[in-house]
Design a protein around this ligand. Structure first.
Ligand SMILES: [Zn+2]
Length: 425
């Protein structure tokens, strides 16, 4: 007897199987019958482990237009605008917006998020708000908090002390933004300092790193060397890495093996990188996305992050990690069938690895699943379809009725779903 059986779904690896759940765990996968308190019919539908977002800003989400919009569309105006918003924001407003976003995430099967929390505010209101949100959603969402010195660890006079206070309050991960310090030397010093803080406290580390079009922004090199020196291999991540797009190819041929040695995971954020980068270019305009396929070929873990939804940096967004992967697929030109398939893994299993989650479709793993109105992972990317059922830690948290279009065309079918059977390769 199971608490829940998801019946007859197609798993991402192509197997057709039932998934049996007891409590908050997957108890069995196979032909399981119907002996359960509840059976969810998933025949013909894709059953995937839940979506994971390893790079987000939940303290800023849903604040678009407050107190004004980003007119230039640049990263730097976004940071200035966020500074204006921080002056007027309240803990209650941040919690309310974040919880509204988490509702969206639940409906989209996005059940684990790593969010950077700005610590450049002596009151630490964002930290207070996000700790409250982490507590409120912990029954169904894994929310990891990163202590993020948005205005620069050294550029902001109290950022370093505030970062340490935030870690003392229970923030999970050490953050940084070396390319935003005043000088390259200050950036490198911040990398060394933060790696030592993470190593001393036994915490993961996750920087915004080289989010610029300047090919000489090479903090990732210092970061990799410091991760090796301080023993942080396997629990370090680097967001954005957009300068790598513009770097000299010879230099990159030396850099990528160093990143691989250091076990640093890369988190490009394609929705944001494609709109923020290249803003100082005339034509041709650089895309500004980091070298995704090239890093994967070196064995570096690469996930796709969402970064922003309706905030000072990005005026759109829906909490759909398939939108993120879809944009990444296009900008990185990951069009081979194996590459498209990998884009789905990047927003599921690879992002889960970056966050160190207990995760996956296997017996004993946490039962956080999503049933999609698609036949297979690449079709899910193509359609970005409805989430028919979302199960979080064993509980159904969101359901949506299938919603086929009804046609009125002479001699044609009465409804259409836009599914397509692929020829066997
Ligand atoms: Zn970010």
């Amino acid at each position: 007897m199971f608490d829940l059986i998801v019946k007859g779904g197609t798993l991402p690896d192509g197997r057709v199987a039932d998934v049996g759940i007891r409590g908050d765990r997957i108890a069995a996968i196979g032909a399981l019958g119907t002996d359960a308190a509840r059976v969810i019919e998933a025949t013909g539908d894709l059953v995937s482990p839940a979506f994971v977002d390893p790079h987000f800003h939940m303290d800023a989400t849903l604040s678009y237009g407050l107190p004004r919009v980003n007119a230039s569309g640049t990263l730097l105006e976004g940071i200035r605008l966020w500074g204006e918003l921080k002056e007027i924001v309240t803990v209650e407003a941040m919690v309310e917006r974040a919880l509204a976003y988490c509702d969206w995430a639940a409906s989209m099967g996005l059940l684990a998020v790593r969010t950077h929390v700005d610590v450049c505010d002596d009151r630490l209101l964002g930290v207070e708000a996000m700790l409250a949100v982490r507590e409120k959603v912990k029954g169904w969402m894994d929310l990891q908090l990163v202590a993020f010195p948005q205005d620069g660890l050294y550029r902001d006079p109290t950022a370093r002390a505030n970062l340490l206070r935030a870690l003392d309050m229970g923030v999970d991960v050490v953050g940084g933004i070396p390319h935003f310090e005043r000088t390259m030397a200050d950036g490198a010093a911040s990398v060394r300092d933060l790696c030592e803080i993470a190593a001393d406290r036994g915490l993961p580390i996750d920087f915004h790193c080289d989010e610029t079009d300047d090919p000489l922004s090479r903090h990732i090199e210092t970061y990799a060397a410091e991760v090796l020196r301080t023993g942080l291999q396997g629990r370090a991540a680097a967001g954005h890495l957009t300068s790598m797009h513009s770097m000299d190819n010879y230099y990159v041929s030396k850099l990528l093996p160093l990143i691989a040695d250091a076990g640093i995971a890369a988190i490009p954020n394609p929705l944001i990188n494609i709109v923020l980068q290249g803003r100082h270019d005339s034509f041709p305009k650089r895309r500004g996305l980091t070298r995704v396929k090239e890093m994967q070929a070196m064995g570096i873990t690469v996930g796709w992050g969402q970064d922003c939804v309706l905030d000072p940096w990005y005026s759109l967004g829906t909490a759909d990690m398939l939108d993120v992967a879809f944009m990444g697929l296009h900008v990185a030109q990951m069009t081979h069938p194996d590459e498209m398939r990998r884009c789905f893994d990047m927003v599921t299993v690879e992002n889960a690895r970056i966050m160190g989650l207990d995760y996956g479709l296997r017996e004993g793993a946490v039962a956080s699943l999503v049933v999609l109105d698609a036949g297979h992972p690449v079709e899910a990317l193509r359609l970005r379809p409805d989430r028919l059922c979302v199960i979080a830690k064993g509980q159904v948290v969101s359901e949506k009725a299938r919603n086929d279009a009804r046609l009125s065309l002479p001699g044609r079918p009465e409804s259409v779903r836009r599914r397509h059977i692929l020829p066997q390769r």
